[in-house]
Design a protein around this ligand. Structure first.
Ligand code: HEM
Length: 421
C-alpha cells in the first residue's frame, strides 16, 4: 500500500484511527467485501472456505489435545486413553481432531478436483496452484506425523515402513533415515521430534494458505466457464453473496461431520491403532491413513524399492508442472469434449488406487494397482499434452453474463483464452 494513497474515511473514530496507521480495515473491505466473484461460481467454490475453517478447527482442537498428551513411548498411548476417559470433553476433542483430518482431506481432494476440472491451474493462476500442491505436501507430512502420536500398532509400524523408505536412497539413505529417526529404530527420540513437528507444521500451512489466498485475489477467481471477467456485469460482490453461500456450505459440512463424530467416530479409524505399539509384533497388514493410500498403492505397485519411492514422490511432484503439461488454451472441461472424459477417468482411477492401497499388495489387487499407476502417469505425461493438441473445444461463451443471463448465447466462432487475455 503506497504511503501517498488517501486513507478511507469511516464514521467510527476508532476505525479511522486504526485505518490511518494500518489500513487493515480497508484491506478486508476490499478483499472480502467488494471482491468481485464471477456470478456463475457454483458450490465447488466454497471448498476453499471450508478448507480454511477446517484448518482452524484442526489447529484449535490440536492445541487443546496437546495440553493433555505426553510424547513419550511409555506414556503416549495411556495419555490418549486418559484424554478419552478422564479429560472433560476430551473424547469430543479427539474425535473432532481425528475425523477433522479425514474431512480435511475429503474437502481438499474436492478442492483439487474442482481446480483440475475447471482448469484453475492455468494462466494466470499457476503460482496459486503450485502453492496449493505445496500445501497438499505439508498436509500429508502433518497427518503422517500425527498418526504416530497415539503410539498404537499402526502408529509404530506405519512410521517404521515410511521412514524405511529413505534407506532406499543410494549412499546417503541409511544415514538420512537415522538422522530423521534420531535413533536406529523408531523410538522415543522419534516420537518426540514427530510431536514437535506435528505441532509446528499446521502453522506453516496456515502461512502458505495466506499466500495461496492472496494469489487467488490478484487475478480473481476462475469460474465454471473458465473465461475471464469482462465487465462488472459478470460479477457479484463477495459480501454478502459469496459469504452467504459459504455459510450454507459450512452449515451442511457441520451437520455431516457432527453425524460422524457423534454416531460413527471410528468409521475412518484403523482398529489396530487401539492396540499399544509393540516392536516385537508386526501387524498382518500395515495400512496407512485412507487419504495417503493412493500414493501407498503406487509405492507397492513397483517391484523395486527405490523405483517405488521415486514414483510415489513423482506422483505428487508431477502436479507441480501440470500447468505446463496441459497444452490446451481452454480452461474449463465443460468445453473440452474429449479431455473431460479422461479427466473423469483420472478421478475414478485415483479412487481405485486408494482402495487397493488399503488392501494387501498381492494377486488381482497388485495388478489393479499397476494398471492404475500406468494410467496416473499416462494421464499427465501423454493424455494431457496430446489431447490439448488434437481436441476441438466447444464454442466458448462471449462473457459470463452471456452464459448466466442469456441462457447460453454463444459466440459465432470459438474464442480462445489467448484472445480473451
Ligand atoms: C489447507 C488447504 C487449502 C486451503 C485452506 C485453500 C484455500 C483456498 C481458498 C480460500 C481459495 C479461494 C476460494 C475458492 O476458490 O475456493 C482457494 C482457491 C484455489 N485453490 Fe486452494 N486451498 C487449499 C489447498 C489447495 C490445494 C491442495 C490445491 C491444489 C493442489 C489448491 C488449489 C487452488 C486453486 C487452483 C484455487 C483457485 C481456484 C479458482 O479461482 O477457481 N488449493 N484455495
Amino acid at each position: 500500500m503506497s504511503g501517498n494513497s488517501e486513507p478511507r474515511k469511516y464514521k467510527n473514530p476508532v476505525l479511522n484511527w486504526i485505518e490511518f496507521r494500518l489500513p487493515i480495515i480497508s484491506y478486508f473491505q476490499k478483499e472480502y467485501g467488494e471482491y468481485p466473484m464471477p456470478k456463475n461460481c457454483n458450490y465447488f467454490w466454497s471448498f476453499g472456505a471450508l478448507a480454511t475453517i477446517t484448518l482452524i478447527t484442526m489447529i484449535v482442537s490440536g492445541i487443546f489435545l496437546a495440553m493433555n498428551y505426553t510424547p513419550h513411548t511409555e506414556m503416549a498411548f495411556d495419555s490418549v486413553e486418559r484424554i478419552m476417559r478422564d479429560v472433560n470433553y476430551g473424547w469430543l476433542l479427539r474425535y473432532i481432531h481425528s475425523n477433522g483430518a479425514s474431512f480435511f482431506f475429503i474437502i481438499v481432494f474436492i478442492h483439487i478436483v474442482r481446480a483440475m476440472y475447471y482448469g484453475s491451474y492455468k494462466y494466470p493462476r499457476e503460482l496459486n496452484w503450485i502453492l496449493g500442491v505445496f500445501i497438499f505436501l505439508l498436509m500429508m507430512a502433518t497427518s503422517f506425523l500425527g498418526y504416530t502420536l497415539p503410539w498404537g500398532q499402526m502408529s509404530y509400524w506405519g512410521a517404521t515402513v515410511i521412514t524405511n523408505l529413505f534407506s532406499a536412497i543410494p549412499i546417503v539413505g541409511e544415514g538420512l533415515k537415522t538422522w530423521l529417526l534420531g535413533d536406529y529404530t523408531v523410538g522415543n527420540a522419534t516420537l518426540n521430534r514427530f510431536f514437535a513437528l506435528h505441532y509446528v507444521l499446521p502453522f506453516v500451512i496456515f502461512g502458505v494458505v495466506g499466500l495461496h489466498v492472496a494469489a487467488v485475489h490478484v487475478h480473481g477467481s476462475n469460474n465454471p466457464a473458465g473465461i475471464d471477467i469482462r465487465s462488472k456485469n459478470d460479477t457479484v460482490n463477495f459480501f454478502p453473496y459469496m459469504l452467504i453461500k459459504d455459510t450454507i456450505a459450512v452449515c451442511v459440512f457441520g451437520v455431516l461431520i457432527s453425524a460422524v463424530i457423534f454416531f460413527g467416530p471410528n468409521l475412518m479409524a484403523e482398529v489396530d491403532n487401539y492396540i499399544p505399539a509393540d516392536p516385537l509384533v508386526t501387524p498382518a497388514h500395515i495400512v496407512p491413513n485412507w487419504y495417503l493410500a493412493p500414493f501407498y498403492a503406487i509405492l507397492r505397485a513397483v517391484p523395486d524399492k527405490l523405483g517405488g519411492v521415486l514414483l510415489m514422490f513423482g506422483a505428487i511432484a508431477i502436479l507441480f508442472v501440470l500447468p505446463w503439461l496441459d497444452t490446451s488454451k481452454v480452461r474449463s472441461c465443460n468445453f473440452r469434449p474429449m479431455y473431460k472424459w479422461f479427466m473423469m477417468l483420472f478421478f475414478v482411477n485415483f479412487f481405485v488406487l486408494g482402495y487397493v492401497g488399503m488392501l494387501p499388495a498381492e494377486g488381482l489387487y497388485l495388478l489393479i494397482a499397476r494398471i492404475g499407476l500406468v494410467y496416473y502417469f499416462g494421464f499427465f505425461l501423454i493424455i494431457t499434452p496430446f489431447i490439448g493438441w488434437i481436441e476441438k473445444p466447444k464454442t466458448l461463451p462471449l462473457s459470463i453474463s452471456d452464459v448466466y443471463l442469456g441462457g447460453g448465447k454463444e459466440s459465432p466462432s470459438p474464442v480462445s483464452q489467448k484472445e480473451i487475455h
